[in-house]
Ligand binder design. Structure first.
Ligand code: ADP
Ligand code: MG
Length: 315
């Protein structure tokens, strides 16, 4: 498949206002990436009317949840939007990719937010990647949280209660992306109760849809009992290998199943994408002109263009 068949942003009108990028490494990357993407500048993407809180979930491991969370976040931030990534996986890979030292003793993390009611204000950190990119890191303590939460009051709503909407407004945060662990336990349920939207990354490989039925049933349960606003808004196809027929078959099957919810942009399989977190970087900083970077920028743009109509979480 030629490159441009899945790079929709070239047909998407360029956002109009271009202003005030900061001088962090990601902004330097922006200059190069934006030239290729939209001659004349990356510009700004529209802000949603209220912060969009999105859970990135799929109980299958290795489908690109974390990679998509950090790179979509970086793409949105690059285009002028404020983004918070909540790292809800004890492995802390999202924190690492965003350049946050989550092994430093004594830092407040998502664990303390969930278990000890530490306020978001104390756990949030700014990523060195961009002035507009924030992260609540996770620590290994979180591995015990699934069990510790069981006996707690409001155990499913603790993340929702911890997300301080006033602080989001104060920091101009437009997107909250919650990176889920590869399970459907209480951490993922907390993410689903806190969010309004679910983004499901699906890998273009064998058994791509395996487990997705179970995930959808869990989303329905949460919707019925805990969060009536929850819905699957976005499907992102990841790790597409154009050399295999299978990848096209999977993409077609997923589109047949989910229709409009599937972003037109497909993330290609690329070694660069997998190398970036090893340097504490998003792909957009690590190799801005690469296909992986371009496709995450395209996907971020698509997400933002679609999201103008999405409203405030839970109200
Ligand atoms: P999950 O969070 O769903 O477990 P990850 O985002 O951690 O999945 O991705 C799993 C592995 O695949 C990681 O090693 C990651 O670097 C790699 N990976 C993710 N997306 C791509 C891609 N587009 N191309 C190549 N490798 C990728
Ligand atoms: Mg992950």
């Amino acid at each position: 498949m030629p490159d441009n068949e899945y790079n929709v942003s070239r047909e998407t009108p360029a956002p109009s206002v271009s202003q005030g990028f900061d001088d962090t490494p990601i902004a330097a990357a922006a200059a190069r990436a934006s030239e290729v993407l939209t001659p004349g500048g990356a510009g700004r993407l529209p802000r949603p009317p209220a912060p969009r809180i999105m859970t990135i979930a799929n109980q299958k491991g290795g489908v690109g949840k974390t990679t998509s969370a950090v790179n979509l976040a970086a793409g949105l931030a690059l285009h002028g939007l404020g983004v918070l990534v909540v790292d809800l996986d004890p492995q802390g890979n999202a924190s690492t990719a965003l350049g946050i030292d989550h092994r430093k003793p004594g830092i407040a993390s998502v664990y303390e937010m969930l278990l000890d009611e530490v306020p978001l204000r104390d756990a949030i950190q700014r990523s060195p990647s961009s002035d507009r990119l924030y992260c609540v890191p996770s620590t290994l303590d979180l591995a015990g949280a699934e069990i510790e939460l069981v006996s707690m009051v409001a155990r499913e709503s603790r993340l929702r209660n911890a997300i301080d909407m006033e602080l989001l407004t104060e920091l101009d945060i437009d997107y909250v992306l919650i990176d889920c662990p590869p399970s459907l336990g209480l951490l993922t349920v907390n993410a689903m109760v806190a969010a309004r939207e679910v983004l499901i990354p699906i890998q273009c490989e064998y058994y791509a849809l395996e487990g997705v039925g179970q995930l959808l049933r869990n989303i329905e349960l949460v919707q019925a009992h805990l969060n009536k606003d929850l819905h699957v808004s976005t499907i992102l196809l990841t790790m597409y290998d154009g050399r295999t027929k299978l990848a096209d078959q999977v993409a077609a099957e997923v589109r047949g199943h989910f229709g409009e919810k599937v972003l037109s942009t497909i993330i290609p399989r690329s070694v660069k994408v997998s190398e970036a977190p090893g340097f504490g970087m998003t792909i957009i900083e690590y190799d801005p002109g690469s296909r992986g970077s371009m496709s995450y920028l395209d996907a971020a743009r698509e997400l933002a263009m679609r999201g103008v109509a999405e409203g405030r979480n839970g109200s």
